[in-house]
Design a protein around this ligand. Structure first.
Ligand code: HEM
Length: 224
């Protein structure tokens, strides 16, 4: 698979490069919107203190009926992301170096970071975190959705499912908060990439220098 969205797939403005093709954006938002629905309804089921959230998304019976079906849509969205991006998410030695230098990243000293490719090590971790949590949520969710098909002698599966579902959901909440913060507030220009598909060349060069070089060719003089 190519290291980036095929640059000829969509017209981009001068000074911009294509970061996400239309199908990548589409599946990202299938996962994003379905996740928000699952989050609101899931929190409503989790605690009486948060039950009012169910009112916002159709009321209690509708939420209970839709939650597992929207869960299937979320799973499909994440599986599509896996199909599109997993080959670019392998952890490399550069990612380990990136993590070792993460203190500079936190302090916005991007020039001191080992150059990241299309995805940095943090984004790769988020990807795998969401993928593993989706599998856990899907398996445990199916057990809780169709308990009548589980023989009484296997009832321990239900107890495991309840625990797994809540734990994996809590983990995704942590990932989700970091992801939205990074994508919307921390990396200025990233949000436009999942809306219009494009980022400025300056964004690509600052946050993903190796990817920038893959698209534009190596620099005339070696990077310092
Ligand atoms: C609903 C709120 C969400 C917002 C505002 C949001 C925002 C973004 C942004 C701005 C990017 C581009 C980052 C970049 O390439 O520099 C992105 C990419 C991505 N998003 Fe989301 N996203 C949301 C929900 C989700 C959900 C629920 C998932 C998990 C299933 C997800 C998984 C990903 C992945 C795997 C990428 C590519 C790697 C990365 O950039 O982290 N996103 N998102």
């Amino acid at each position: 698979m190519s290291p980036s969205a095929n640059q000829s797939e969509q017209q981009v403005r001068p000074g911009y490069v294509l970061r996400y093709a239309f199908h990548e954006r589409l599946w990202h938002w299938v996962a994003g919107f379905s996740y928000i629905y699952l989050l609101l309804t899931g929190l409503a089921f989790w605690s009486p203190w948060l039950f009012w959230l169910a009112i916002l998304v159709g009321g209690a019976p509708v939420s209970r009926m839709l939650h597992p079906w929207i869960g299937l849509i979320f799973a499909l969205g994440v599986l599509q992301m896996y199909r599109m991006w997993a080959s670019q998410m392998h952890v490399t030695q550069e990612d380990k170096d990136w993590f070792a230098a993460v203190g500079h990243y936190i302090q916005n000293e991007d020039d001191k970071m080992p150059p990241a490719g299309r995805y940095n090590a943090g984004q790769k971790s988020l990807f795998w975190g969401f993928f593993v949590c989706m599998i856990l949520l899907l398996l445990s969710g199916i057990v809780m959705w169709l308990p009548e098909y589980i023989p009484w002698s296997w009832r321990y599966l239900r107890y495991i499912a309840v625990l797994t579902h809540a734990s994996a959901a809590l983990l995704t909440i942590g990932l989700f908060m970091i992801h939205v913060y990074m994508g919307v507030f921390a990396e200025r220009g990233a949000f436009g990439s999942v809306i219009r598909g494009e980022v400025t060349l300056a964004f690509a060069k600052r946050f993903h220098p190796r990817w920038y070089e893959e698209i534009t060719g190596p620099p005339a003089s070696p990077r310092k």
